[in-house]
Write a protein that binds this ligand. Structure first.
Ligand SMILES: [Zn+2]
Length: 256
């Protein structure tokens, strides 16, 4: 069984001193590739080095909406070199109305500019969106999505919204929230997006599965998410691994 964790943060202080073990545990869990997503420009170099040190790791370059205060719009043109610098995606970018992260117009400006770069250089996007799905759809209408596509990570929207976003050529990754039980909405979303538009993630060290509630999340906990996805869809873990890995390889152009 081969898995891809399409969204994690290996630059995190929780991992940095123990990265060999974190990656070894991921490998033992069947993870063939991990995409580590940067959140500020000062992580870009560090992530590139991590990706260069482990054959399993790929990285993406972006400015997360929570960290725009410490960034400048002038940082964004450098993203147009992402492909030459070996990044497989532009991310983590996005908009968030649920978390206190500065003025929303500024978030939107950062998001749309980064989305436009991704479109120009045709790298897939990794999008964070909370409480701002109408605005997200508007930005996608205005700027467009890259031909390469991309994902809305930790997707929390409705089945109808999923359908609308799929029309832009985008897909969805889900992680720990899959393990939170009894959501009819989540089952309905899975029905819309699985198998073709569904990918697995951990967002580690954040969003642990319910079995590890209150602890640091690790990439190898993806197995809990896989198991939950199997329970929700009624498909086998092997088949879900196969489908999600195929989707990840297609979208992020991974060699697996
Ligand atoms: Zn994240």
């Amino acid at each position: 069984m081969k898995l891809v964790d399409v969204h994690c943060h290996l630059e995190s202080v929780h991992f940095i001193h123990d990265l060999d073990r974190v990656i070894a545990d991921a490998r033992d869990a069947g993870i063939a590739k991990l995409i580590t997503a940067t959140i500020t420009p000062n992580q870009w170099d560090r992530s590139r080095k991590i990706a260069g040190s482990y054959p399993e790791v790929e990285y993406s370059m972006g400015i997360h909406p929570w960290y725009i205060r410490e960034s400048s719009l002038d940082d964004i043109p450098a993203l147009s070199h992402a492909r030459e610098l070996g990044a497989v995606a532009i991310g983590e970018i996005g908009i968030d109305k649920k978390t206190e992260s500065g003025d929303f117009d500024r978030q939107l400006a950062f998001f749309e500019k980064q989305l436009a770069v991704a479109r120009d250089i045709d790298l897939p996007v990794i999008i964070h969106c909370r409480g701002a799905f109408n605005e997200l759809v508007r930005s996608l209408q205005k700027i467009g999505a890259p031909k390469a596509g991309g994902i809305i990570h930790s997707f929390s929207g409705s089945p109808e919204l999923a359908e609308e976003i799929i029309r832009f050529g985008l897909s969805f990754s889900m992680g720990g929230t899959l393990t939170y039980r009894n959501s009819r909405k989540r089952a309905a979303v899975l029905k819309k997006i699985y198998p073709r538009h569904f990918l697995l993630e951990t967002d580690s060290p954040d969003i642990p599965p319910v079995q590890k509630h209150g602890e640091i999340n690790y990439p190898h906990y993806i197995l809990y998410n896989l198991q939950a996805a199997a329970e929700i869809t009624g498909d086998t873990m092997e088949k879900i691994a196969e489908n999600t890995t195929m989707n990840a390889a297609r979208i992020f152009n991974l060699n697996i």
